[in-house]
Ligand binder design. Structure first.
Ligand code: COA
Length: 259
């Protein structure tokens, strides 16, 4: 598939998925979502990729939500059938490699929901986030009602969703919606710095930590603890665990192989 609405580039171990529709503030139409899925498949198949980074082209917007031109034509059947934004974002959350949203401007509606399906959200001081779908008399339907409430708590989520309030990066940081804030100029460096930290870990441990947190927190405590125990059992039997512990004791940097 030729990519027209997004760019997908690998630089060393980082896979960059950049939404490339700046004229419409990187609004997410059907084709863009299909291309995001294609890029994810490429990042999955490429063993060199260790972290996937989502961003939006230009300095105004990460993504301004679903393309409202296409929304005008949506029917109930469309929402119920076929592959929608919600399923694609679920695929992002379940992606086996860690993901970071690099938020350089507006992250609204489906754009905010995309960021929330990533593992980590790093935003510039110019970022603005919100779920304004109720202005159109629809609800956030790509995980927004669920992920926002889990990230910031029910009260804050309801305030944001019911009022359509758009918050700045400072407020998003206070609320726990973003994990870090920096200047626009330093945003990419900060994302690279965080990525490097993740890449220095054993990749199997990264994958199982991600599964344990995402899936473990969606079930009861006992099942979550068992998931954690079983993940640890897998890791105890890996070469990377032998290397990690040995390297610590030998006071050297470990060399992990993902085995
Ligand atoms: N879908 C389709 N087109 C969109 C869009 C969207 N979600 N968001 C922005 N655009 C288009 C605008 O229609 C405009 O097109 P035009 O140049 O043909 O008039 C262009 O992008 C620029 O938008 P504009 O509103 O002029 O830019 P701005 O910088 O003043 O404001 C936003 C930016 C993001 C605050 C504003 O565009 C906006 O509120 N967008 C909709 C956000 C939303 O409700 N998302 C949830 C959808 S479910």
């Amino acid at each position: 598939m030729a990519l027209e609405n997004i760019e997908y580039v690998r630089q060393d171990k980082l896979g960059f998925i950049t939404i490339n529709r700046p004229d419409v503030r990187n609004a997410l139409n059907k084709q863009t979502l299909e291309e995001i899925e294609e890029a994810l498949d490429r990042a999955s198949a490429d063993t060199e990729v260790g972290v996937v980074i989502f961003s939006g082209k230009g300095d105004k917007s990460f993504a301004a939500g679903a393309d409202i031109n296409q929304l005008t034509e949506k029917t109930a059947v469309d929402a119920l059938q076929g592959k929608g934004m919600q399923q694609i974002y679920d695929k992002i959350e379940s992606f086996e490699k860690p993901t970071i949203a690099m938020i350089n401007g507006y992250a609204l509606g489906g754009g905010c929901e995309l960021a929330m399906s990533c593992d980590i959200r790093i935003a510039s001081t110019k970022a603005k986030l919100g779920l304004p779908e109720l202005n159109l008399s629809i609800i956030p339907g790509a995980g927004g009602t669920q992920r926002l409430a889990r990230l910031v708590g029910k009260g804050k989520a309801l305030e944001m969703i019911l009022t359509g309030k758009i918050i700045d990066a400072e407020e998003a940081l206070q609320a726990g919606l973003i994990t870090e804030m920096t200047t626009s100029e330093q945003l990419l460096d900060k994302v690279r710095e965080v990525s490097e930290k993740i890449l220095s870990k054993g990749p199997l441990a990264v994958q199982l930590a991600k599964i344990s947190v995402h899936m473990g927190t969606e079930t009861d405590m006992k099942t979550g603890l068992m998931l954690e125990k079983l993940s640890q059992a897998v890791l105890f039997n890996t070469e990377d665990k032998n290397e990690g512990t040995k390297a610590f004791l030998e006071k050297r940097t470990p060399v992990f192989k993902g085995e």
